[in-house]
Design a protein around this ligand. Structure first.
Ligand code: SAH
Length: 241
């Protein structure tokens, strides 16, 4: 069933304009059809009672929670246009809670372009669409772009920096993830195409980020984000671990 993020007043569902368009024009929804609407992180089985004008009524709440048991923060160095889009989409599918965009010593992209994407809501739209598609209960947050030296402001219980020089050492990452309790906050930093400078890694370590490896091969930055989040989600969702 199609899922949308909306708002609820009493039992009336309100959707954004682009979602109304999607529902009526793309999905060609008819009166009497049912959809799922997430409002205030709850999932409502809802019915379209009229299409002109659009009226949607919440029928009942569904016990459905696809969220990870932990709050996951991805700190991703800025990447060129479509690679950044890919990271945001895949990170959402993999359960990320928040994405923080970073400028680093080796950032080569135009920061202005990314600032515009944020200001115009383009990144927020990618996150929302991916959250709808993957049937999440929450749309991940995206904050302003920060420079690497501000990673000390990140509030997390478990902090990692994926460092290419540590590539072979995957057990440090696995060991820490194995023992993490539900509710703890986990942060991971992924570098840009050119990797991190040694100074950045020393700074990150000083602020509690453990350098970890993501396997014997050097991954592209976008693959590294996907790999790291997959490993995290897999650990957190393994009920028998
Ligand atoms: N240009 C660098 C690689 C950068 S890869 C070099 O040739 O060494 C981009 C980012 O992805 C890195 O900064 C790191 O955060 C992450 N990454 C890629 N492969 C990795 C691996 N095997 N282990 C840990 N981090 C990795």
């Amino acid at each position: 069933m199609q899922r949308y993020f909306g708002r609820i007043f009493k039992n009336m569902i309100v959707l954004d304009e682009d979602d109304k368009y999607h529902l009526l024009k793309v999905m060609r929804a008819r009166k009497g059809e049912q959809i799922e609407v997430v409002a205030d992180e709850k999932v409502y089985l809802s019915e379209i009672v009229s299409t002109k004008p659009l009226e949607i009524i919440a029928k009942k709440t569904l016990k459905d929670n696809s969220e990870l048991p932990n709050y996951i923060i991805l700190l991703a160095a800025l990447l060129k246009g479509d690679k950044m889009d890919l990271v945001l989409q895949k990170a959402t599918e993999l359960g990320v809670s928040e994405v923080v965009l970073l400028t680093t010593d080796r950032t080569i992209v135009k920061i202005k372009d990314h600032q515009n994407d944020l200001k115009l809501g383009r990144y927020q739209k990618i996150l929302k669409e991916a959250a709808q598609q993957s049937k999440r209960n929450r749309i991940p947050y995206i904050k302003n772009i920060i420079s690497f030296d501000r990673i000390d402001e990140i509030d997390a219980d478990l902090k990692f920096i994926a460092y290419e020089e540590n590539k072979g050492d995957v057990s440090a990452f696995n060991k820490k993830l194995k023992n993490v309790k539900p509710g703890k906050r986990i942060a991971i930093i992924i570098g840009p195409e050119g990797g991190f400078t040694e100074g950045e890694v020393i700074y990150a370590k000083h602020h509690g980020f453990s350098p970890v490896g993501l396997g014997n091969r050097i991954l592209r930055a976008e693959t590294a984000s996907i790999y790291a989040l997959s490993v995290i989600a897999n650990h957190l969702e393994d009920k028998n671990a």
